[in-house]
Design a protein. Structure first.
Ligand code: NAI
Ligand code: MG
Length: 371
C-alpha cells in the first residue's frame, strides 16, 4: 500500500486550490427560507474556531435567490459572481427557493454559480455517528456538478401526429467532465483508505438503457481507474446500476464508501442517503473547483419550517468544515466535525427533525461549546 502522504499529495494536486492561507475572505449567500437561519451558524463557528487555529475571516454578505429575483429581476446578481470570483477564497451558500413552474428570467442561482465558477464536483459525505443499534453509514457521494440534465436544454413543441405537447430535455455527459469527476472521486477514495487498505469506489449509471450517455460515464470512469494502476491499486472498483443502487443503499448502506454519480443521480441519491442518517438537516456538501470552494448544505429552503427558528444548522456547520478542509485547514475542519459528532452522539440538544425540541441557536451554541 502507498503511504498516506502520497495520497494526500495526489489529492491536493487534483483539487489544485488548497491555499493554506490563514487570512480568508468568505462570501455568505444565505438565499431564501431556512438558508437565512442556517448560514449565520457557519459564520459563528468560523469566528469561534479561527483564533484557535491562527485563522482570521473576513465576511462578505452576498445576494442570490428567489427574493433577490423578485427585488432586482436577477436571481444571481453579476456583483455576487464577481465578488466570489475576485475577492473570496471560499463561500457558504444556504438554499434558494425555486418555483416549480417556469418563470420568465428566473433560473436556479446555485446551478448557475456552479457553472460560472467551474465548481465541477459536489462532494457530499453522509455519515452516521456510532451509537448502539445504529447502522454504520460512512459514505461520500461525489456528484458531477456541471452537466447531465442540468444543462437545462429543454424544449416544448406540438407533436405532429397527435397534436399534443411534447417536452424534450438534453442529457449531456462529456469525457472531460467525467474524467475530472472520476479523478476526484478516486482521490477521495485514496484519502479514505483505511489502515487495512479496504476502500471501494462505486460508479453508478443507467447504461443498460442509456448506453451512449451513461455508457460514456461508465466507460470513462473505468478508464481513469485503469490509467494509474499503481496509484489506485488498493481501491476496489465497482459499478452499480442506479435503480439497484438505491435498493442496496437502503438495504446495506454500510457497504458503500465512495460513490461517483452523474449530476441528477447524485442529487437524488444524496437526499435519499440523508434519510439513512436521520435528516436532510445533517448532510453537508462542498462545491469544489480550481478557484474557490463553496460549502452548501444539501437541503433546500424548507418553506414548511422557515421562520420558526427550528431548522437544523448541522448540515451548514459540517459544510463549513468541509469548506475549510478544501482550503487546506484540515485540523480546524476536523475539530468542527468532532464537535458536531459529539453533539449528535450525546443526542440531547437537537432540533425537531431529529426528534428533539431545541431551536437552531440551541444547537449552534451546543456545538460551539464543544469546540
Ligand atoms: P427541502 O430540502 O427544502 O425540504 C425537504 C424536507 O426536509 C422538508 O420537510 C424540510 O422541512 C426538511 N428539512 C430540510 N432541511 C432541513 C433542516 N436544515 N432542518 C430541518 N428540516 C429540514 O426540499 P423541498 O421541500 O423539496 O424544496 C423546498 C425549496 O427548496 C424548493 O423551492 C426547491 O427548489 C429548493 N431547493 C433548493 C436547493 C438549493 O438551493 N441548493 C436544493 C433543494 C431544494
Ligand atoms: Mg438536491
Amino acid at each position: 500500500m502507498l503511504r498516506r502522504s502520497v495520497y494526500n499529495r495526489q489529492f491536493q494536486r487534483t483539487i489544485g486550490n488548497i491555499s493554506k492561507k490563514s487570512n480568508l475572505t468568505i462570501g455568505l449567500i444565505p438565499g431564501d427560507g431556512i438558508g437565512k437561519e442556517v448560514i449565520p451558524s457557519g459564520r459563528q463557528v468560523l469566528e469561534t474556531i479561527g483564533p484557535k487555529h491562527g485563522l482570521t475571516f473576513n465576511f462578505i454578505d452576498l445576494q442570490a435567490g428567489w427574493q433577490t429575483f423578485l427585488d432586482t429581476g436577477k436571481a444571481l446578481p453579476v456583483e455576487t459572481v464577481k465578488t466570489l470570483r475576485e475577492n473570496c477564497d471560499g463561500a457558504l451558500f444556504g438554499a434558494v427557493q425555486s418555483p416549480t413552474t417556469k418563470v420568465e428570467g428566473y433560473s436556479s442561482p446555485i446551478v448557475a454559480l456552479r457553472k460560472e465558477l467551474g465548481l465541477y464536483a459536489n462532494i457530499r459525505p453522509v455519515k452516521s455517528v456510532d451509537t448502539p443499534g445504529n447502522k454504520k453509514v460512512d459514505m461520500v457521494i461525489v456528484r458531477e456538478n456541471t452537466e447531465d440534465l442540468y444543462i437545462k436544454l429543454e424544449k416544448t413543441y406540438i407533436d405532429e401526429k397527435t397534436g399534443t405537447r411534447v417536452a424534450d430535455a438534453t442529457k449531456r455527459i462529456s469525457e472531460v467532465a467525467t474524467r475530472r469527476i472520476a479523478k476526484i472521486a478516486l482521490d477521495i477514495a485514496l484519502q479514505r483508505l483505511k489502515n487495512n487498505g479496504n476502500v471501494q469506489l462505486t460508479v453508478t449509471h443507467k447504461s443498460n438503457v442509456l448506453s451512449q450517455s451513461d455508457g460514456l460515464f461508465r466507460e470513462v470512469c473505468k478508464e481513469v481507474f485503469e490509467s494509474n494502476k499503481t496509484l489506485y491499486s488498493d481501491i476496489q472498483y465497482n459499478e452499480q446500476i442506479i435503480d439497484s443502487m438505491v435498493y442496496r443503499l437502503f438495504r446495506e448502506p454500510e457497504c458503500f464508501d465512495v460513490i461517483v454519480a452523474p449530476n441528477l443521480y447524485g442529487d437524488i441519491l444524496s437526499d435519499g442517503a440523508a434519510a439513512l442518517v436521520g435528516s436532510l438537516g445533517v448532510v453537508p456538501s462542498a462545491n469544489v473547483g480550481p478557484g474557490i470552494v463553496i460549502g452548501e448544505p444539501c437541503h433546500g429552503s424548507a418553506p414548511d419550517i422557515a421562520g420558526k427558528g427550528i431548522s437544523n444548522p448541522i448540515a451548514t456547520i459540517r459544510s463549513t468544515a468541509l469548506m475549510l478542509e478544501f482550503l487546506g485547514h484540515s485540523q480546524a475542519a476536523q475539530d468542527i466535525q468532532t464537535a458536531v459528532d459529539s453533539n449528535l452522539r450525546e443526542d440531547k440538544i437537537k432540533t425537531p427533525d431529529l426528534g428533539g425540541k431545541n431551536s437552531t441557536s440551541d444547537v449552534v451554541n451546543d456545538v460551539i461549546r464543544r469546540l
